[in-house]
Design a protein around this ligand. Structure first.
Ligand code: FEO
Length: 170
């Protein structure tokens, strides 16, 4: 049996990951609506990854005999102001998710829950990559976003992203 606080946080994280998927789907829709299909593709795949993260937390809880509690998913709360502003919001959101993962890790560490810490190791690394990816998008948009030809090429580049299943198998 896992510690109650750890279980509560893991359950909350299921909701947070589904919320992230919802948020990124909203971003994706904005880009498709504004003719930036590559950005739309990039965020649609990001939404799929977030759904996968939620499923991994569910699987981990179930593997440990814990009950999964699904709560309502909030509406995406980010105002979709511009193509560039959305990317900055994406980076901010990933930094927030990193803090959530670290918070669960901290709770597991406090009760010497080494199994959960090991499970979370993958997410700690994943968050590092996700922050880097989000930061790269912001940087690239700052460099190329104001020039239509460059933006077209960047959009094409992002359109080539393909979905891959998570490397973590439980
Ligand atoms: Fe599941 Fe982008 O963090």
């Amino acid at each position: 049996m896992l510690d109650k606080k750890v279980v509560d946080l893991l359950n909350q994280q299921v909701n947070k990951e589904f919320y992230s998927a919802y948020l990124y789907l909203d971003f994706s829709n904005y880009y498709y609506d504004h003719g930036l299909d590559g950005f739309g593709n990039w965020y649609k795949i990001q939404a799929q990854e977030e759904r996968d993260h939620a499923l991994l937390f569910i699987q981990y809880l179930q593997n440990n005999g814990e009950t999964v509690i699904l709560e309502a998913i909030d509406r995406p709360s980010v105002e979709l102001v511009s193509a560039k502003a959305i990317l900055c919001e994406g980076l901010k959101h990933e930094q927030y998710v990193t803090s959530l993962i670290h918070n669960i890790y901290d709770a597991a560490y406090c009760v010497k829950d080494f199994r959960t810490m090991q499970f979370l190791d993958w997410f700690v690394k994943e968050q590092g990559e996700e922050e880097t990816n989000a930061d790269n998008l912001v940087k690239k948009f700052k460099l190329f976003g104001d020039d239509p030809k460059s933006l077209y090429m960047l959009d094409n580049e992002l359109g080539s992203r393909v979905y891959t299943a998570p490397s973590l198998v439980l």
